[in-house]
Design a protein around this ligand. Structure first.
Ligand SMILES: [Zn+2]
Length: 235
């Protein structure tokens, strides 16, 4: 789904057929992963070496990207922002949620990797606050695209997670057969709303990666697997 049609950005969520696994830490040969990146860059029309990806650590840390960042120096963080043109930002996922941010007025962008930890510590708010502070963004001008991730149908969590977070996020849990299932998507939408992002400015793909492994990588459904990506660039 690509609801938004902006002239000055390029954005895309990849699937398995976009050059397969993009992550260096999942056991694939480095040369094979590099080849996948080269293929993807060619297919989507950007320069591979200018792309900035992340060493993702399930934090809520945001890194501000400038011309010094490039493909071979991924910062350790879970979100990136920039107002520089022609620097594609990439978030990699397999069940966690990839989120893309675009301020159409200030011409600034951001990407975030929202796993459970990053979501519980409100990484989307950190991205939006950083865009406000760094680029003068106003929330009413920010558009958000939420990519596919594991759904509440498949994302079972332990009772300890339910116990420790039910006060804050009770609305996001489903209990079926005495098992606890969590909707990260519901939390993200709620957090975006709290930040003041307009509903019409949010695109929500909402496909469960674990139910759709023919198209997406799913850590839960497959164990050792690859990563697909959300990519966003200012043109
Ligand atoms: Zn599912």
């Amino acid at each position: 789904m690509q609801k938004f049609d902006f002239l000055d950005i390029f954005y895309r969520f990849t699937t398995r057929d976009f050059g397969a696994n993009l992550a260096f830490h999942v056991g694939d040969e480095i040369s094979a992963v590099l080849a996948n990146h080269t293929f993807l860059a060619k297919k989507l029309g950007y320069k591979k070496d200018t792309l900035v990806h992340m060493k993702q650590i399930h934090s809520n840390l945001v890194h501000i990207v400038d011309e010094q960042d490039h493909f071979d120096t991924p910062p350790t963080c879970d979100a990136l922002v920039t107002n520089k043109k022609n620097i594609p930002l990439m978030v990699m996922v397999a069940d966690c949620t990839p989120i893309l941010f675009y301020d159409s007025t200030c011409k600034a962008i951001g990407v975030a990797h929202a796993g459970r930890a990053g979501t519980f510590t409100n990484i989307v708010s950190n991205v939006i606050e950083t865009m406000k502070n760094e680029y003068g963004s106003k929330v009413e001008n920010i558009f958000v695209s939420i990519g596919s991730a594991i759904g509440v149908c498949c994302y079972e969590v332990g009772s300890e997670i339910y116990e420790e977070s039910k006060e804050k996020f009770s609305y996001a849990f489903e209990i079926r057969d005495k098992k606890y299932y969590l909707s990260i998507n519901k939390i993200l939408l709620s957090q975006l709303q709290e930040c003041g992002i307009k509903e019409k400015n949010i695109e929500n793909e909402g496909i469960c990666t674990a139910c759709n492994t023919q198209e997406y990588f799913s850590y839960r459904a497959e164990g050792k697997t690859g990563r697909f990506a959300g990519i966003l660039m200012l043109k």
